[in-house]
Ligand binder design. Structure first.
Ligand code: BEZ
Ligand code: FE
Length: 290
């Protein structure tokens, strides 16, 4: 095309795609470019603004490392990661929620009833529940990968004071599908805001806080893996999570109980002398083939 105009450029782009372009590629690229062109036309984007956008992308690339994923963080604070989660979440299963950049593969095994709090200070939390199928039957042998921050609000990979796997554990449930562990009550914390994503948050008058949460990845043979989080209902940031991860069914009550109510069969049984917090959160997995 030798007569490209601001009105026909989107069609011209489509015309440049090879006849045999993969149909899904055609759909995605066509839609992406249409929305990009409409965005520039609607906002009458200037050269300077376009350069600012390019500098943002270059800034993200410059800070990317094995432990720092600025492009993913950008997707998170723009709500794109959560939107994709919700597009593919099933109504009859537990909602999924953002993975975030701090999951570490290879967490050490944590037995059912195990303890992740160890010597750390802060309120003791007992978290338990049953991993079920959509009919409500327990899923024996399901695996639950758990991670959270230390009481200082930092994940192990962000904090030289912590071991590689502190506050990370991989639990395999028994015939009853039940998981249970003790930990420290998670705290609210800020996503990394010292890079280009922090600049965007500040430019939009937004804060970098996430409500406190526990992260789970739950897997079982024959079921769709689930990446999710649990939030306490009294967290001050519940209604303003900077990465849009809160879903109604993931908000739970942490109930304070006297030490005498601490159950048997836990690593800390017989050692708890103060009141503790208790949350019950059952997880429903969708079958893999639907
Ligand atoms: C997290 O919850 O670990 C997280 C999620 C998104 C961005 C940053 C952190
Ligand atoms: Fe997190």
């Amino acid at each position: 095309m030798r007569n490209v105009t601001k009105d026909n450029i989107t069609d011209v782009f489509m015309g440049y795609l090879a006849e045999d372009t993969d149909p899904r590629m055609r759909e995605i690229m066509g839609s992406l470019v249409k929305h990009l062109h409409d965005f520039a036309r609607e906002t009458n984007l200037t050269h300077e603004e376009w350069r600012t956008g390019i500098a943002f992308l270059e800034g993200c690339a410059a800070v990317e490392t094995e432990d720092r994923h600025e492009f993913v963080l950008a997707s998170d604070v723009l709500g794109l990661s959560s939107l994709i989660d919700m597009l593919h979440s099933r109504d009859d299963a537990t909602s999924s929620s953002v993975l975030g950049p701090f999951h570490v593969s290879g967490a050490p095994p944590l037995p059912v009833g195990g303890d992740m709090k160890r010597h750390y200070g802060g309120p003791l939390l007992l978290a338990e529940g049953v991993i079920k199928d959509t009919a409500g039957n327990p899923i024996p042998g399901a695996e639950i990968d758990i991670w959270q921050t230390a009481p200082n609000g930092l994940y192990a990979s962000q904090d030289e004071e912590q071991d590689t796997y502190s506050f990370h554990g991989l639990m395999t449930v028994g015939e009853d599908g039940r998981y249970a562990f003790t930990t420290v009550k998670p705290v609210e914390y800020t996503v990394p805001s010292d890079g280009p994503v922090g600049d965007i948050l500040r430019a939009c008058g937004r804060h970098p806080w996430r409500p406190s949460h526990l992260h789970y990845i739950v897997k079982a043979e024959g079921f769709q893996p689930l990446v999710t989080e649990i939030f306490p209902e009294d967290d001050p940031y519940l209604d303003e999570d900077t990465v849009f991860g809160v879903r109604k069914d993931l908000v739970m009550r942490y109930v304070e109980r006297p030490a005498a109510d601490f159950p048997d069969g836990m690593v800390l049984s017989g050692k708890v002398t103060e009141p503790f917090l208790h949350v019950t959160f059952d997880v429903t997995l969708a079958p893999a083939d639907t």
